[in-house]
Design a protein around this ligand. Structure first.
Ligand code: FMN
Length: 187
């Protein structure tokens, strides 16, 4: 059966007054135009994670890891904080391990003046450790180049980069789902 891969879009910023939710909505609106994938939004601001990594997973942690586990691939929406990605995102990523394995991940990043380049570079290192396949092309948004209505000035270029990244992600999501079904991944 060749069902559409389920792509989890993870909203990494939980900051009060964040723009991350608006960026994620902009991305999801475009991703939903495609007939070859399904989208599930995972907004980290909706989770109540513990302040300290507990001995046993809390129900909120289990809910998050189950969502990671059922997805066939991921798009991480991340701001750049001090040339890396936010702590809220690292906290959540570290709750899962096997659930990430042998699945593809793509990135939508943003920053002020930059496009979140350093955040994505840092995430690529983390996701390599989690045995994911990070796709080559990315979507990078400069918040300084957004008009009064919240629309990026280079929207045409960005929309093309969304589709290019999703083409790669969808190909890998299908290929790796078939591979995992044929043979368990040995992490
Ligand atoms: C703690 C902090 C550090 C930041 N560091 C950077 C940075 O290194 N590079 C950059 O382009 N923008 C930086 N910014 C600007 C953020 O990219 C911008 O505030 C963005 O709106 C943050 O995403 P959020 O609103 O979804 O949390 C920083 C913002 C914060 C709060």
């Amino acid at each position: 059966m060749d069902t559409r891969p389920l792509i989890a879009v993870i909203v990494g910023s939980t900051r009060e007054g964040r723009v991350g939710d608006a960026i994620a909505r902009w991305f999801v609106d475009r991703a939903k135009q495609r007939a070859d994938l399904d989208i599930e939004l995972i907004d980290l601001a909706e989770f109540d994670f513990p302040a300290r990594y507990p001995e046993e997973a809390t129900p909120q942690m289990t809910t998050f890891t189950a969502a990671v586990g059922r997805a066939d691939g991921y798009v991480v929406v991340t701001p750049e904080y001090n040339h890396s990605f936010p702590a809220s995102l690292k906290q959540a990523i570290d709750y899962a391990y096997d659930e990430w394995n042998a699945k593809p991940v793509g990135f939508v990043s943003y920053g002020c003046g930059g496009r979140g380049r350093y955040a994505v570079d840092a995430l690529r290192v983390v996701f390599a450790e989690l045995h994911t396949m990070a796709v080559r092309d990315e979507v990078g948004i400069d918040l300084m180049a957004v008009d009064g209505a919240g629309t990026p000035r280079d929207e045409d270029v960005l929309e093309l980069s969304v589709m290019t990244m999703l083409d790669q992600l969808t190909w890998w999501a299908r290929a790796l789902r078939e591979a995992r079904a044929a043979r368990p991944y040995l992490a």
